[in-house]
Write a protein that binds this ligand. Structure first.
Ligand SMILES: C[S@@+](CC[C@H](N)C(=O)[O-])C[C@H]1O[C@@H](n2cnc3c(N)ncnc32)[C@H](O)[C@@H]1O
Length: 395
């Protein structure tokens, strides 16, 4: 196949993807089955980058143009994220047609997209605001479900806005697609019944609440330093938004205030190494249990969790705070319960006590935690069965 596929050629692939999404439980209702059948994904990804690795394990993004081969078409209609843009400050040409760099836009994993759409519980007539138009594929799914006039989508990169409009027009949809910082919502758009963000935020922006009505449902990824998660919040008549972390686990690229790039991260000078401590939690525990990482992220919202490779070739998980304190634990080996730290030793003590709390509470899953944003912007996570509550930083 040398020319872009026609709808008839794409149809069997579209059907296969929809069938898989139904089987896996991602598509739960008929309207979304129909929407997936009405929107050809290949029209939204005329150019995309497939994740590959070089011999050292470095991630390389290999360019594909459209779905001109059967293999590409199968990839476009498989359940995978298709990266479409890289941060120009980090993108470096690796070889002919491949780059390294940090992704800044993509067509989201279809199973994640549809799980979020199902979580939104959209009904006919709902006005929807999407933050992060990207390729326009999700705006097309929403348009197929509701009619394009009810769909508003905001994207920070004007070039992506222009491309998304072209893709949407090719697929026969014309929702309202706007260039702007979606953390400000769509101030001229009135209020919405549903808000969905396909980029993450550290806290729910005030504008999203202002543009809600009592009963509005909002689905977004709350990204904290260690981890984050999708929340499904309902806004009440006093402007309070409350809801659980959803059973749908998924992460999104962070919302940025620049159209093209992420600002460089400013990290403090790490404190000098101060000693070792025993640990009740192993790196393997932290890596294996997403709900525990979520708990860590609300218990230590300012901290980050990173991989650390030392000169001897030992890989460790390292927690670090904005003051330069750090504590690391090797991924494996004899020292798998020994933490080396610099700065404040209480940093790891907090990780340890979070682990003990999580075990004593019966290892609750991530959807046992509630996220609340008060009308005045204060936010906290809580666990109703134990009455535990963790305050989260204000934006
Ligand atoms: C995962 S992609 C979106 C996928 C998209 N919904 C689709 O169906 O293709 C995230 C998008 O959020 C956009 N974005 C990042 N920060 C933003 C912001 N502050 N406001 C609006 N869009 C933003 C990125 O440029 C990127 O296109």
């Amino acid at each position: 196949m040398n020319t872009p596929p026609s709808l008839t050629e794409a149809r069997p692939y579209m059907t296969t993807l929809a069938t898989e999404l139904i089987k896996s439980g991602a598509i739960r209702t008929r309207p979304w089955t129909r929407a997936f059948g009405d929107v050809p994904r290949h029209l939204f990804v005329p150019r995309w980058l497939r994740q590959d690795q070089d011999h050292r394990g470095i991630t390389v993004w290999r360019e594909h143009h459209g779905a001109t081969t059967d293999e590409d078409l199968a990839a476009v209609y498989s359940d995978q994220t298709l990266v479409t843009a890289l941060d120009p400050d980090t993108a470096e040409q690796f070889d002919d047609g491949a780059w390294t760099g940090i992704p800044v836009s993509s067509s989201t994993l279809p199973s994640l997209m549809v799980r979020m759409l199902e979580d939104l519980r959209i009904a006919d007539g709902h006005r929807v605001l999407e933050i992060g138009t990207g390729t326009g594929y999700n705006a097309a799914l929403l348009s197929a479900r509701l009619g394009a006039d009810l769909v508003h989508s905001v994207e920070i990169d004007p070039e992506l806005v222009a491309a998304a409009r072209r893709h949407l027009a090719a697929a026969g949809f014309a929702p309202h697609v706007l260039a702007g910082d979606g953390t400000l919502g769509h101030p001229e758009g009135g209020t919405f019944d549903r808000i969905i963000a396909t980029c993450s935020v550290p806290s729910v922006p005030a504008a999203w609440i202002e543009q809600s009505r009592p009963g509005t449902i909002l689905v977004t990824d709350i990204a904290l330093g260690v981890e984050g998660g999708l929340v499904r919040l309902k806004v009440d008549d006093r402007g309070r938004a409350v809801g659980r972390f959803t059973t749908t686990a998924g992460r999104f690229m962070a919302a940025r205030s620049d159209a093209k790039r992420y600002p460089p991260r400013h990290r403090p000078e790490p404190a000098p190494e101060a000693g070792t401590l025993p640990s009740s939690v192993a790196a393997a525990d932290i890596r294996a249990h997403y709900p525990f990482r979520l708990l860590l992220s609300v218990s230590l919202p300012e901290a980050e969790l990173v991989y650390h490779l030392d000169e001897a070739g030992t890989t460790a998980l390292q927690i670090q705070d904005p003051e330069g304190s750090w504590a690391r634990i090797p991924l494996a080996g004899d020292a798998a319960r020994t933490v080396t730290y610099g700065g404040d030793p209480r940093l790891w003590a907090r990780v340890d006590s979070a682990w003990q709390w999580w075990c004593a509470a019966g290892r609750p899953s991530h959807d046992a935690f509630t996220y609340t944003r008060e009308a005045d912007g204060r936010a906290y996570a809580s666990h109703a069965p134990t009455g535990a509550r963790w305050s989260l930083p204000r934006p």
